[in-house]
Design a protein. Sequence first.
Length: 506
Amino acid sequence: MKYKALGMAALVLMICCTLAVSALERQTGVTRYHQHLSAEVPQETCACDGTELCTHLPIIRINTGGQEIPGNVIRDENDIVVGYTTTPDGMAEIVVTLETVEREGTWHHASDPADQAAKALFRIRGNSSRSFDKKNYRIKLVTDETASENLDLSLLGMNPDNDWALHGPYLDKTLLRNYMWMNISAEIMGYAPDVRFCEVILDGEYQGVYVLMETIKQSDYRVRLSEYQEGSSRTSYLLLLDNAEDDLAILDNYTWYTHQLEFGENTKTSFQILYPNADNLTREMADYIARDISEIERGFYSADMVLGRYPYEEHINVESFVDYYILQELLANNDGFSRSTYLYRDVRGTLHIGPVWDYNNVLDNFFRAFSWHGFFLANRSWYGRLMTNERFVERVIARYRQLRRGVLSDDYLDDYIDGVIQYLGPAIERNESVWGYSYNPFLAGNHGRRLPDEGETILSVNPSSYRDAVARMKEYLRTRAKWMDENIETLRQFCHPSKTASERVE
């Protein structure tokens, strides 16, 4: 295996991307570690005999001791998810041993001594991804077998914590979407979960390329919020907008009880309280959060919003809402302000939207709710109301133009994609040695393939190779961006008096 040439071939691409990132950091003050740009890659050929895994990527080894991993979906006769598997004694997680081989600048092998080792609570995680052959996992580091205390570790160079997500790209044949767009989102918005590519070995079996990701939670290194002061009438909070789950506290806010959030036959979109967590959340705290969100919503849905008299800038961090909108719209993220959407507010400040989460299906990867043309988020929930305000629309247009000259430019994005592919190198082929069959949609499973729309075939809508998957993603991104370049000013239609006339009542 000769990787010296690989590293040199990527050098020019890496320099171009690094210069662009540095320019962005000077503008925003944000520093983001991009693994494919900054990780030290060994330049000499490895002297091993090639009989075991040899990689420049970090390795994560997980040993379950023969236990079945809980968290698989249970479906009824109509293929509806009715629950998830547990251990024989009804537990949702098992205790495993986790090891990393991660020291930079050296080749990593399956049998190398561990750089870090710990016990961890382990289960399958996700929503639709639980049905994929290549599973996603939740990792909770603990001090020992009893799992009585959490253990914070700095895994793969990321900030120390105990809670992690191990994302296994399966639908995303490029392997790139979550890695790329978490990093770029952080450059734009200031923070997004940190990410690292790695290769995973589970109970001695090679599992392919994964992305280790920070989860979204309140902590000094993730979403930093002021802790609740005993006796205070206010609290900082972190919310998740998603399908209602029984084990999370559903917020009884204005758009929930007036049914203005998204409701469907099998879904009920709701705000759910993540912080304060269930152990510390009181009824008084929940009521305060519901009142706070409802006050903002009533302003959004009032005539004052249309007339420009509602001071929404005093309640929300406008920059975060603008940047979130641009990212979701450009990437055509069907989950935008519907699923996997986080919001937080510190008692010292305004309501932020973010951090972003779950880019697995963006850029026409799975859901075809719309094609490359059209604005889909401009009519959805809160954004449908924000877009009635001229000041907000003008900020979106100006910010979009600015980003398209920098981190969202065609050249920057093309170079970024090519640079990541160069960095992954032969890991792509190793991943395909396990999961390459999924290019055949007839073998990928009912929930692991894209289904055709009328006039299409199942072969035409699913990529046939890695090269094809990357080409499709690049083409969609470039076409989508070109359409937005040509049509971004038409967002003014949403705040034009002819659109909002029925609400313009003095």
